[in-house]
Design a binder for this molecule. Structure first.
Ligand code: LMR
Length: 328
């Protein structure tokens, strides 16, 4: 019976590890932290898997683990270096332990819109950033868009002074921490999956995020309202480990990165629509959105932009100038 139990356990384990994959297929796990529907990253990851599973059937198989079900963003890159997960797309704010190059994306009011972000990423400077972590074992493959960030709290936010003294959840980014400090708030780094509970129980008072994340995580349910500040960008880098990519047969690698590039082009082109639909869905579900007058918004710019000075030396004034040139 012991042997039977072991045999059963082994076959059950094997089935779980490769659910939906046929024997002999290369298993590619894609772990991420957001919801799958009505979300730029969720939709893109699902489409990527759908296409790999259709077009590489018999060779490779992709499983997507959304909603932090496999790893949260603090764990996923280490897990990738261990070979436990093959693809992830953390936000650019979550790579600081590996490179400081993405700090430019966190500077408040750096990019006017996602079109400017896209153009900067496609430039020589932006493209080179994909290779910035190679010596640490990570290869950046494609930038995926999400959108501009908004500010929410358990009280109305009209002027930056309204942030004073509030505990605000942030992604683990020195720039975002400095931005919240510039507003007189107390930044609290926290994993994405914990934010709803922390807002609900009052562990934190507020947070910043994109419309699709505020909608997908239902933050609007546990906040007074969301103020349309458009003060920063939240974008992603799809990464894989250098070792794993090199272990692939060149034709297999070529096919999977080609599918990824096509999925990226298709979904990045649709991102403004997904963003707008999430914004509308918040309103349809009773969430409150506060729009600022030009004067009010300028007060947020004046309060947050001095953060640039703290990071300009590290980021490089030339990079900042290059990024700014795309705000046309
Ligand atoms: C966050 O932690 O707020 C975001 O990076 C989550 C995400 O992946 O969009």
């Amino acid at each position: 019976t012991t042997m039977t139990a072991i045999a059963l356990a082994l076959s059950a384990g094997a089935a779980v590890a490769s659910a939906g994959c046929d024997e002999g297929e290369i298993v590619m796990k894609f772990a991420h932290v957001t919801n799958s529907d009505k979300h730029p990253k969720g939709i893109a990851a699902s489409l990527f898997a759908e296409r790999v599973n259709a077009e590489m059937d018999g060779t490779a198989c992709m499983e997507v683990y959304p909603n932090s079900t496999l790893y949260d963003d603090d764990q996923v890159l280490e897990a990738m270096l261990q070979g436990d997960v093959q693809f992830a797309a953390p936000s650019l704010s979550k790579f600081e332990a590996f490179t400081k190059q993405f700090q430019i994306f966190d500077l408040p009011f750096m990019f006017k819109d996602i079109k400017a972000v896209d153009a900067f990423q496609a430039s020589e400077t932006g493209t080179a950033m994909k290779d910035s972590m190679v010596r640490r074992g990570l290869q950046g493959l494609e930038f995926w868009h999400n959108g501009l960030k908004q500010m929410s709290a358990n009280k109305p936010l009209l002027l930056p002074t309204d942030m004073s003294g509030l505990k605000i959840r942030v992604q683990p980014s020195d720039v975002i921490v400095a931005q919240m400090e510039a507003l007189g708030a107390s930044p609290q780094p926290m994993a994405f999956a914990e934010v709803y509970g922390a807002l609900q129980t009052g562990v934190v008072d507020g947070q910043e995020n994109t419309w699709s994340n505020i909608y997908g995580q239902k933050f609007y349910e546990v906040q007074d309202g969301t103020t349309e500040t458009n003060h920063g960008v939240l974008d992603y880098l799809v990464v894989a480990s250098v070792d794993w990519l090199e272990s692939l047969d060149p034709a297999v690698k070529d096919q999977v990165v080609t599918i990824l590039a096509e999925v990226t082009a298709e979904r990045n082109a649709a991102v403004n629509q997904v963003d707008a639909e999430a914004r509308q869905a918040i309103l349809d579900n009773g969430g409150v959105i506060v729009e600022l007058t030009d004067e009010q918004r300028q007060a947020w710019v004046d309060a947050m932009k001095p953060v640039w000075d703290q990071f300009a030396d590290g980021i490089g004034q030339d990079n900042i100038d290059a990024a700014q040139s795309f705000n046309t």
